[in-house]
Design a protein around this ligand. Sequence first.
Ligand code: NAD
Ligand code: MG
Length: 394
Amino acid sequence: MKQRLRVCVLGSTGSIGANTLDVIARHPERFEAVALTAHSRADELFQQCLRHRPRWACLPDPAAALDLQRRLREAGLSTEVLQGPAALEQLAAHPEVDAVMAAIVGAAGLSPCLAAARAGKRLMLANKEALVVGGAFFMRAVQAGGATLLPVDSEHSAIFQCLPEARARWPEVIDHLVLTASGGPFRQRDPDSLHAVTPDEACAHPNWIMGRKISVDSASMMNKGLELIEARWLFDLPPERLKVLIHPQSIVHSMVVCRDQSVLAQLGTPDMRVPIAYALSFPERIESGAAPLNLLDFAALQFEAPDLRRFPALALAWQALRGPEGSTAVLNAANEVAVASFLAGSLRFTGISELVARCLEQVLPAADEVGSVAGLLELDARTRAKAQELLGKP
Ligand code: NAD
Ligand code: MG
């Protein structure tokens, strides 16, 4: 019998985490969820442990971790509860873990992702911010550790699915990539009214159900900006060979334009279980739980060029991508602070890009900050401090 793949799900209580557990549960003969980690939703983590009976669970807060341990014992489970940030790295690199689903949101996922990369795991990457912050350094860690990096972001999974299995052949095949974007909830809204939109309006995505941070990023199109940067590293392409098209139906998940002008695309209903299932089963394919795509449900598939006045965040991502190394880490940290502030009701929606632009001007990455995790985390912290300071004096 084939050995089951032992999966560690970092961020199991989130949208990607829950979808991953859904796919795993459909294939008990193939996959085993051996480690589950969450940030705060202890009750949900408890329920997931009852369902999946992992060997390890992890919560950062010591009191919450102790409480979870007690509840699991009372329920008759032998799951061991770990706590603290070092525990995430320990689980991601554990010899009895084969694959890591990186589904933490934000730069907080960088260190555990690097730990998985260095330990040579099958690293299924949803946590795009980790790659946006880590850039070249992250990719070197993947190579040095002999890890298999598999994209989970739907656009990057689409591109990956269109490319030959042998990475060495990618440069010979690709002319350029086209990332598709839904345009989010504000695609047709008057740009002059965007200053007044609420967090709930920004999180009401027309096609995808996702965590709140990525939903706001989709509304500002910073998400597509982060994805351009992600594509730059995953597929090793310069910015001029990356393009973005708005495609409101979210059916064509992205495209590879080949040297011979043949265009390859991957299509499907918008359901993250498809790219998750592919990352879990690659190079094979398994049932994902997604509904079949019926093209007859669509009278037309539309494509539009993105309007950079409506979506200045996308222009800022291009700017960071072309800027000095480390600029994308500044972009990401400033955006994380801005989005948290918008969700808390203390920053206008249009203030998000304004704050990111000011941080890109005022925080200059130092050469010694981009060559180590400590340096990158220092740059991240320095940018967050600047963003907080700027929020204090508009
Ligand atoms: P989410 O907010 O629903 O879940 C985030 C998870 O990370 C939760 O389990 C939370 O407990 C954990 N977490 C949050 N902060 C943490 C911290 N500081 N330390 C440790 N754990 C922490 O987010 P999501 O929508 O599932 O997105 C997760 C990642 O996947 C993001 O990077 C997002 O950009 C990416 N992604 C998501 C989707 C989607 O459909 N949701 C699609 C593509 C990419
Ligand atoms: Mg995406």
